[in-house]
Design a protein. Structure first.
Length: 94
């Protein structure tokens, strides 16, 4: 996914906008990104290209989000939270 366009949805990743390598949860509305969670994890220095990690995202009905990063044995390396009460429609997920 690249910035711009008319895309809607949620994305987890690094460097969607900018280049600081920080893992984020973003809400994309008409191609424009809004940060829901900034994890504090620098993917380049803390995970790198030689390691694998599991990313888990949870959302409550109240709009509380949790972004977790786990190692290959499913131990939590980082857990960050944020709030976005926007209620997406089913077509935002896929």
């Amino acid at each position: 996914m690249l910035p711009g366009g008319a895309l809607n949805g949620f994305a987890v990743g690094v460097n969607f906008t900018g280049n600081d390598d920080i893992l984020r949860l973003l809400r994309i509305t008409n191609g424009s990104a809004t940060t829901v969670i900034t994890s504090g994890i620098n993917w380049e220095t803390e995970i790198g290209t030689d390691s694998a990690a599991l990313i888990r995202v949870e959302r409550t009905p109240e709009g509380e989000w949790k972004l977790m990063l786990l190692d290959n044995e499913q131990r939590v390396l980082s857990s960050s939270t944020g709030n976005d009460s926007f209620v997406p429609v089913a077509s935002w997920f896929g």
